[in-house]
Design a protein around this ligand. Structure first.
Ligand SMILES: Nc1nc2c(c(=O)[nH]1)N[C@H]1C(S)=C(S)[C@@H](COP(=O)(O)OP(=O)(O)OC[C@H]3O[C@@H](n4cnc5c(=O)[nH]c(N)nc54)[C@H](O)[C@@H]3O)O[C@H]1N2
Ligand SMILES: Nc1nc2c(c(=O)[nH]1)N[C@H]1C(S)=C(S)[C@@H](COP(=O)(O)OP(=O)(O)OC[C@H]3O[C@@H](n4cnc5c(=O)[nH]c(N)nc54)[C@H](O)[C@@H]3O)O[C@H]1N2
Ligand SMILES: [Mo]
Length: 787
């Protein structure tokens, strides 16, 4: 489902962006990741977004004690007190916030929404920051200005008129601060529903569901300092050079210390091969770089469970052999005995798993699996990091649990330099969940809310993202409110959803930039523009800070530093309070006071979560913030058995085979020039792609089998067996690439129409975006324009 650009409307206001008709061109990239090209890319982003000089200064305040948290990724900062840590994609994220371009009422007057809809996602976001609240007018097919009070009143009227509060869905994306997210879920629950889908449902939900069963918490267990103490690092299904570039610093330092690094990824990602640190004067001056992965396993898409089981099987065998020979045990027997449950069942499963299956499904040579097992066994402390390549599968939850199993075998929890490290995506996605954005709230959370706020929250579970999409398709919901994000572009079955969205009675987008969700809207629609992370936020009692939680459970304050692009913007907190006041008058919650002083919100967060957030307001005033309690770090296991559980995944297929011999497994991934649905540019430098995104990376032999000529146009059709809808996407250039046979990759969101809604992990409901079975065919007439 590509968004094809209409011819650029040059007689109208708005940024012109060049999207070449020819599609992408290719030139293999020979340099290491990082290096001079990263510096050049930042300079270009600042220039193209016309960021004023204050912009480059602002970059220096990012992640500093008195500055704001980088809106890019969730990777932690070294104590938030270090010198500036250069990050190309963090700098891009900020320059996109600081852009001089603005989407004004005049802009909206110049375009009908139908015209805007014909523009690409790239073009929409390029127009700049939203400046005024706008309401859709059906008669003129345009967005027109509306006052904040009228906008809130409209939301209140719609919500109060619903026959049930469950006919509304309240989405959150992970840039939202703790304060805004906390008040939002209080508002939503007071209104009467747990329909709180959030972006995490499409992201690390497999982690949030899988790890509590394993180790009693749905989060990672390491701190940044553990990377200084570790003896080996695994990076599985994650592309840190693009998606969490500051992670390259500890990886590089570890490599230079001689720590082995195992990468498991179908694609050879340049930053996992070698990296030049822009902060290192010697590497920069000599054009040298640091090797990152010492063992690069090009696992097949969906081959991780098989590979992990192979490693565990070898460890078990090595242990048994060592014990038989009267040598040192390989397993951490005291840890297994005292702290775990289910090891026998896991061992039985590993013994039953055949090497034929392991090698066929993982696609790895046995000798390589042996080397990986050897690395794991020969060192004391191991950290395993993982990303979307693990979670976005049909058995994503089980996949995550195999990683925990592997760590538990040698007691890699609760000691320095060891642990599990899910690398979260959005900069506060973890915090939003911590403060209550959860469609399946625990009884404990609900009773605390009742105690603190004096109302009984709804007890039944609400809708996660895939349920919300289904409810929209089935007509079981009427109102969709998005606190950040770009729901219609990010979800599976994006084409179907777009049509269904139009039947909603009201859609509301609380955003910083124009996106697909504003032009694919309900009968009535509002765009509510908000402050961004870098903007100064002034309320009744003065300047406010918000707080965020990073991937390693560090909570700290974030202070905006820049004058907002328009005086009409409101903070996310203000917008939530405005909606709540208009929807729930006289409910005894003092929304005005909370809006006026965010310390009062933090007091309420502390009251609801007394253990996690004790002395919240004091502790965030300490530079660097504080760490949230994490049981496994102390070998405390909040599980049903009171121990860490070894959990068995039946078989080795994390994506059940669908029986079409011609099918290839499509992983939908991010380019170096995008932030999820926000496209910064049309290049993907490290993968050698320039000027376009309609690419499918393929193994040469798979291309030859299908008579596909390199760089010619192909069509993809998904063959998941998900109903009778045909899901096709065409106009992709097939690019020969270093990727295992049977696996292909293409960018998201262009491929979201290929991913059926039903094709998700049954346990966590995470869409299987990394493994869509598709057939690939040459397009009828080669060189034809994308259809
Ligand atoms: N600049 C930038 N930063 C970002 C984002 C962004 O879009 N741009 N997005 C943010 C968000 S929300 C998230 S969740 C993270 C995402 O960060 P990542 O998890 O790195 O995301 P992806 O690029 O989707 O995929 C990661 C890797 O998985 C590999 N992969 C695909 N299938 C498999 C498989 O079956 N097994 C294995 N082992 N690997 C596989 C791909 O080759 C790719 O290298 O980044 C966050 N940070
Ligand atoms: N096929 C496929 N689909 C996927 C994925 C995949 O790998 N493959 N990845 C999934 C993942 S991991 C995720 S997290 C989701 C992402 O889904 P979302 O989080 O919904 O999408 P984003 O593209 O991050 O949202 C971009 C919008 O956020 C708004 N925004 C930016 N900053 C702020 C802010 O500070 N406040 C507010 N209120 N708005 C702001 C801007 O208006 C921008 O248009 O997509 C999922 N979808
Ligand atoms: Mo994500």
């Amino acid at each position: 489902m590509s968004d094809k650009p209409a011819s650029p409307p040059d007689d109208k206001p708005g940024a012109q962006v060049a999207e070449p008709e020819t599609g992408p061109v290719f030139e293999p990239y020979e340099s290491p990741a990082g290096g001079w090209d990263a510096l050049r890319a930042v300079a270009r982003a600042l220039r193209e977004q016309s960021v004023l000089l204050k912009g480059s200064e602002t970059l220096l305040s990012m992640n500093q004690p008195e500055g704001f948290d980088c809106p890019g990724c969730a990777w932690p900062d070294p104590k938030h007190t270090s010198s500036f840590e250069f990050c190309e994609n963090g700098a891009k994220a900020v320059s996109f916030e600081l852009t001089k371009r603005k989407v004004t009422p005049e802009f909206f007057a110049a375009y009908t929404v139908s015209e805007l809809e014909r523009q690409s996602d790239y073009w929409l976001e390029e127009q700049g920051r939203l400046t005024e609240p706008m309401r859709y007018n059906r008669t003129t097919d345009r967005y027109e200005p509306i006052s904040w009070e009228d906008a809130f009143a409209m939301i209140g009227t719609h919500l109060r008129a619903l026959e049930s509060p469950d006919r509304a869905d309240f989405y959150t994306s992970g840039r939202t601060s703790n304060e805004a997210a906390f008040l939002y879920q209080i508002f939503v629950r007071r209104f009467g529903t747990n329909n709180l889908p959030d972006c995490s449902n499409m992201c690390h939900e497999a982690t949030s569901v899988g790890l509590p069963e394993s180790i009693g918490i749905g989060k990672g267990t390491v701190l940044l300092e553990d990377f200084d103490k570790t003896d080996a690092i695994f990076v599985i299904g994650q592309n840190p050079g693009t998606n969490s570039p500051r992670m390259m610093t500890p990886l590089r330092e570890a490599s230079r210390r001689g720590v082995p690094i195992v990468a498991m990824n179908p694609l050879l990602e340049r930053a996992l091969e070698r990296f030049a640190a822009p902060q290192d004067p010697i590497e920069m001056a000599t054009f040298s770089s640091t090797r990152i992965a010492s063992e690069y396993c090009q696992v097949r898409v969906g081959g991780d469970v098989a590979a992990l089981k192979g490693v565990m099987k070898l460890i078990l065998e090595a242990h048994e052999a060592a014990v038989r020979a009267g040598g040192e045990p390989v397993l951490d027997l005291p840890f297994i005995a005292q702290h775990t449950f289910g090891f026998e069942a896991l061992s039985d499963d590993l013994r039953r798993t055949s090497w034929d299956d392991i090698l066929r499904v993982s696609g790895l040579p046995r000798a390589q699996i042996e080397r990986v097992a050897h690395i794991y066994m020969q060192v004391k402390s191991v950290i395993i990091c993982f990303g979307m390549g693990i979670t976005q599968h049909r058995y994503g939850t089980e996949n995550v649990q195999q990683i925990a199993n592997l760590l538990m075998m040698r007691g890699n929890f609760g000691r320095p330099g060891a642990g599990i490290c899910p690398v979260r995506g959005h900069s506060n996605v973890q915090g939003d969940r911590t403060v209550g954005i959860d469609e399946k709230p625990s009884a404990a959370l609900l009773s605390q809310i009742e105690k603190v706020f004096g109302f009984k929250p709804p007890q039944n579970h609400g809708r996660a993202v895939v349920d919300t999409v289904q409810a929209i398709i089935d007509g079981r919901t009427d109102v969709f409110i998005g606190l950040g994000g770009n729901f219609v572009a990010a979800v599976p079955d994006a084409k179907v959803v777009k049509d269904a969205m139009r039947r909603l009675k009201l859609t509301v987008g609380i955003n910083t930039k124009l996106n697909r969700g504003h032009v694919v809207h309900g009968e009535e629609a509002l765009i509510l523009p908000c402050l961004a992370r870098s903007d100064i936020d002034v309320q009744a009692t003065g300047r406010q800070a918000v707080t965020v939680e990073d991937s390693m459970s560090m909570v700290h304050a974030s202070n905006g530093l820049v004058t907002p692009p328009s005086p009409s913007l409101k903070s996310e907190v203000s917008i939530v309070c405005g909606m709540a006041r208009a929807t729930l008058p006289g409910t005894g919650i003092d929304w005005d006071a909370l809006e006026g002083n965010y310390d009062l919100i933090r007091d309420k967060i502390e009251a609801v979560f007394p253990k996690l957030f004790a002395d919240f307001n004091t502790r965030i005033r300490v530079p660097g913030g504080f760490h949230l309690y994490n049981g496994p770090r102390n070998r405390e296991w909040n599980t049903a058995t009171g121990r860490a559980n070894f959990l068995v995944c039946a078989g080795v297929a994390e994506d059940p085979e669908i029986g079409d011999p011609a099918a290839l497994q499509l992983a939908t991934i991010r380019s170096h020039d995008q932030y999820n649905t926000t496209i910064y540019g049309l290049d993907d430098r490290y993968r050698g792609v320039y000027g376009g995104r309609m690419v499918v990376f393929m193994n040469e032999d798979d291309m030859a089998d299908r008579q596909i000529v390199p760089d010619s146009l192909v069509e993809l059709e998904s063959v998941t067996g998900g109903g009778d809808v045909r899901r096709t996407a065409s106009g992709f250039k097939a690019r020969p690439y270093s990727i295992p046979r049977g696996s292909i990759a293409a960018y998201y969101p262009e491929t979201n129409g290929l991913l059926p809604l039903s094709y998700h992990d049954k346990k966590s409901k995470t869409p299987s975006a990394k493994s869509i079975p598709v057939v690939v065919r040459p397009m009828a007439s080669r060189g034809a324009a994308p259809a």
